[in-house]
Design a protein around this ligand. Structure first.
Ligand code: BES
Ligand code: ZN
Length: 447
């Protein structure tokens, strides 16, 4: 597998974000493919400067650009090369250097996990409670915001909104919901369910909170599929796990990353921070675009920038619990936040909504709406099942309470014990009313 960045052949639509009022300034190190250097040169030229190329290594290079010009870089790459970004932004030259020479980096040996499937009772108890209608509604709420751009007021508000939503799922004091600050308006949101017996081992499930479209800060960027769908999927998994009072053996962290669309900036900063603090992340699952069924099979496991062993585990989870069809495909470049974890040696996976070539073409435009994904979340619910199974089978542990009842539609299809008692109660009231009516009839005849 190629571990250098990049080289994109993206069929789907991509952003041409031009922030109208970039709040952020200052030099940044950017790693990108050498064929994108002309695009970077044109961005530097707009500032009347020559491009500062610091390193060229094979097909990848490191340049410096102003933070306020990153949206323009994405636009120029799209215009000149007819593909999406595929660049990474770094705070230090050492980090950028490591990215372009990643192929040569030897990672410390990690003992491979055993990926056993031995929690069927807990997984099978939780899955029926997952509710597609709630995922759909959350996508609706997120995509109703003007945009979730990493530098805009609504992008900043989205972080607080999500923090409050996640916080509302439990009053357990050991479960925390925190904001991770990056130095721009939007913050990442991290929900932590601490592990009981192996708390130092962390399982990460994430998606990106930001959205992007032409116009940057003042754009209309609903990002319903990219990636409100992933955040809504995560949110439903959080609701059900916490309502079941899930006590994982390993620590589980749900992450909504800021600023993915401008070079994986949020996740790169978090992954680096964890690496520096020697946090032992044993696996990362990325949910980016889960609600547009573009291909003949349901779930597509991206093979690049991911772990083959963990992808095999996901395939077994799908077969055992999800009841969906799946295939394998590749992005062809560091297309989402899983690549940030993969860079730090964490086994990462990216189950995707379609084959790359069949992905939702409305992304990064004002047309990426819930309507474009069919106004329901029947596709995303499969990813919620997969993510819940992944959490329980990788983090182990137990449910300390019964999961919430299945959604109403499921009850209608197959009455449960609690719905039978409802039916009986309604029947008794009906009989009582008929009795009263009959008594009145008899009495009025007598009178
Ligand atoms: N969700 C997309 C990635 C994607 C798009 C995967 C279409 C598969 C099909 C993601 O949010 C994105 O847009 N990523 C950027 C790259 C990033 C490093 C700036 C992209 O693809 O341009
Ligand atoms: Zn995107």
């Amino acid at each position: 597998m190629r571990r250098t960045l990049i080289v994109v052949a993206l069929a789907a639509g991509c952003a041409s974000p031009v922030p109208s009022a970039p709040a952020e300034r200052g030099p940044r190190f950017v790693s990108l493919a050498t064929d994108a250097l002309d695009a970077a040169r044109s961005v530097a030229a707009r500032r009347g400067a020559a491009l500062d190329i610091l390193e060229v290594s094979g097909e990848a290079a490191v340049v410096t650009l102003d933070a306020g010009d990153l949206g323009l870089l994405a636009e120029q790459i799209h215009a000149r090369l007819d593909r999406c970004g595929g660049f990474m932004v770094h705070d230090s030259l050492a980090d950028a250097h490591a990215a372009v020479t990643a192929a040569a980096v030897t990672r410390p040996e990690r003992p491979e996990l055993d990926y056993t499937l031995d929690r069927p009772a807990a997984v099978r108890a939780v899955l029926p409670a997952l509710d597609a209608a709630r995922i759909r509604d959350t996508i609706g709420e997120l995509s109703a915001m003007q945009n979730r751009y990493y530098q805009s007021p609504s992008g900043a508000a989205a972080s607080l909104w999500l923090r409050d939503r996640w916080r509302s799922f439990t009053s357990r004091p050991d479960v925390t919901v925190e904001l991770f600050s990056h130095g721009y308006a939007q913050k990442s949101v991290i929900l932590t369910i601490p592990g009981t017996t192996r708390a130092s081992e962390v399982v990460v499930i994430g998606g990106h909170l930001d959205s992007i479209a032409v116009g940057g800060v003042s754009s209309t960027a609903p990002g319903a599929d990219d990636d409100a769908s992933g955040i809504a999927t995560l949110t439903e998994v959080a609701r059900v796990l916490l309502a079941s009072d899930y006590r994982p053996a390993r620590t589980v962290q749900l992450m909504a990353y800021a600023a993915e669309e401008v070079g994986l900036r949020g996740s790169l900063q978090i992954a680096r921070d964890y690496q520096r603090r020697k946090v032992n992340v044993v696996g990362a699952l990325q949910l980016d675009m889960t609600n547009y069924r573009g291909s003949d099979k349901d779930i597509w496991l991206m093979k690049d920038f991911t772990s083959a062993a963990q992808n095999g585990f996901l395939a077994r989870l799908i077969d055992t619990y999800v009841g969906a069809t799946y295939g394998f495909d590749a992005c062809g470049y560091a297309c989402s936040d899983h690549a940030a974890w993969n860079r730090t040696g964490v086994p990462a996976s990216m189950p995707f909504e379609a084959r790359m070539r069949d992905a939702n073409r409305a992304i990064h435009t004002r047309k990426d709406t819930l309507e474009t994904s069919g106004n329901n979340a029947e596709h995303a619910i499969k990813f919620a099942r997969l993510a819940a199974a992944y959490a329980i089978e990788l983090a182990k542990g137990e449910l300390a309470a019964a999961p919430p009842p299945p959604p109403a539609a499921t009850i209608a299809a197959a009455p449960t014990r609690s719905s039978w008692s409802g039916i009986l109660a309604a029947g008794s009231v009906g009989l009582l009313l008929i009795g009263l009516w009959f008594a009145r009839l008899v009495l009025s005849r007598d009178g």
